[in-house]
Design a protein around this ligand. Structure first.
Ligand SMILES: *Cc1c(COP(=O)(O)O)cnc(C)c1O
Length: 241
């Protein structure tokens, strides 16, 4: 496993995809999806200039970010967030990318106000309509954004999605287009306390398609750090606590 070499390959892939669709590579951020990756291996990537880290599990994140506390990094939570873990999430998260329901928003606001804090979030949308993934259904996303915007403690910065797992490129592209269309429609509403700068979409296998469809943040794990021991469903399903 050669993290430094893999990172170079990823950046080359980003540059090539950007060149193909006339985008500036600096408009596409790379977030390292570091579930199961050791702090030592994460540090190798940080030494190469990476700064954005995303973790899926609260306990794992708490431990890992403690080990990385002297590093200059932005720490995102990208996993399914349970209400009883909000307090722990607030200990490390600079951004929560996986807000997908109003009861979670309410609890998040309560805790934020208690701590006299605010939080940047993304709304996670289930663009593939697969049961195994979290996220608000596309047709309910606008309503969730509007209701969430009423909470002063919470700042919506954009949208996040996981593309469908499919060998069919058009199926994947469809997911990213749904997110992009939502971004456009939400922008048109000019909702106070809502920004739509971030489109977090694209992973190891589909980042080129995501870039073509307007991604501003890729979340990449295996293509940098190698295969994970646990299947992704362990991290994405309700059973994977
Ligand atoms: C693991 C994970 C990724 C990265 O997936 P890879 O296929 O390893 O690049 C991206 N987003 C989320 C939410 C993840 O859990």
């Amino acid at each position: 496993m050669d993290i430094i070499r893999n990172l170079k390959i990823i950046h080359r892939r980003i540059e090539t995809a950007c060149a193909r669709c006339g985008r500036n590579p600096s408009d596409v951020k790379l977030l390292l999806a570091t579930k199961t990756v050791s702090p030592e291996n994460i540090k190798m990537a940080l030494n190469e200039g990476e700064t954005l880290i995303g973790e899926n599990k609260i306990q794992e994140a708490l431990k890992k970010f403690e080990a990385l506390k002297n590093e200059k990094i932005e720490q995102h939570f990208i996993g399914h967030l349970q209400k009883n873990k909000i307090k722990d999430a607030l200990k490390f998260a600079d951004m929560i990318q996986s807000v997908d329901r109003l009861d979670l928003v309410e609890k998040l606001d309560q805790r934020l106000r208690f701590e006299d804090k605010s939080m940047n979030i993304l709304i996670q949308v289930n663009t593939s309509e697969e049961d195994s993934k979290f996220g608000v259904a596309p047709e309910h996303a606008m309503e969730l954004v509007k209701k969430t915007s009423a909470y002063d403690s919470i700042h919506i910065k954009g949208l996040m999605t996981i593309g469908i797992f499919s060998g069919d490129e058009e199926e994947i592209r469809k997911c990213f287009r749904i997110l992009r269309q939502l971004q456009i429609r939400i922008r048109e509403e000019n909702i106070p306390n809502v920004e739509m700068e971030i489109l977090s979409m694209g992973m190891s296998g589909d980042l080129e398609i995501a870039i073509e469809e307007g991604s501003t943040m890729l979340r990449v794990g295996t293509a940098i750090f190698g295969d994970r021991v646990y299947p992704d469903t362990y991290y994405w399903n309700e059973s994977g606590k």
